[in-house]
Design a protein around this ligand. Structure first.
Ligand code: FEO
Length: 170
């Protein structure tokens, strides 16, 4: 049986992952509104990944005999000043998620819960990738600044992200 503090922390993470999906969907909607179709696409794909993350935690907690408790999801912001501001916030959010995952791993280590630690390893690797890809976009947006042609090119490049989720290897 899973320890109570780990169960609580996984439930909180389910909420945090759903909030991430909400945040990226809100960014997708704002990009759509402003005609950045590629960035909209990128954020839609990102939101879909967050829903997959949610279900990984959900399924894991069930497998371990824990009780899933869903809480209200915070309302995300609706509008961003610029693509750079949105992607900078996305990066900050990913750093926050990384911190949460690391704290969970510390807790699992302290409780000698090796199964949870093993499950979290996938997320530790995933966070490295998530931070890296978002940071790359932030850097490109900083290079492009307010150049309309640069923004259009970057928008079209980001729209190349696959729309369907690809099953990742365990
Ligand atoms: Fe589920 Fe983007 O972390």
């Amino acid at each position: 049986m899973i320890k109570e503090n780990i169960e609580k922390s996984i439930n909180e993470q389910i909420n945090a992952e759903l909030y991430s999906a909400y945040l990226y969907l809100s960014m997708a909607a704002d990009f759509a509104d402003k005609g950045y179709e590629g960035m909209e696409q990128w954020m839609r794909a990102q939101a879909r990944e967050e829903k997959e993350h949610t279900m990984r935690f959900f399924d894991y907690l069930q497998e371990r005999g824990g009780r899933i408790k869903l809480e209200a999801i915070e309302k995300p912001k609706e509008e961003w000043e610029s693509p750079l501001e949105a992607f900078e916030e996305a990066l900050e959010h990913e750093k926050y998620v990384t911190e949460r995952i690391n704290e969970m791993a510390d807790m699992a280590e302290k409780e000698k819960d090796r199964a949870t630690l093993n499950m979290l390893q996938w997320f530790i690797d995933e966070q490295v990738e998530e931070e890296d890809s978002t940071e790359n976009i932030v850097n490109k947006l900083k290079m492009v600044k307010d150049s309309p042609s640069g923004l259009m090119m970057l928008d079209s490049k980001l729209g190349e992200r696959p729309t369907e989720s690809v099953e990742k290897e365990e």
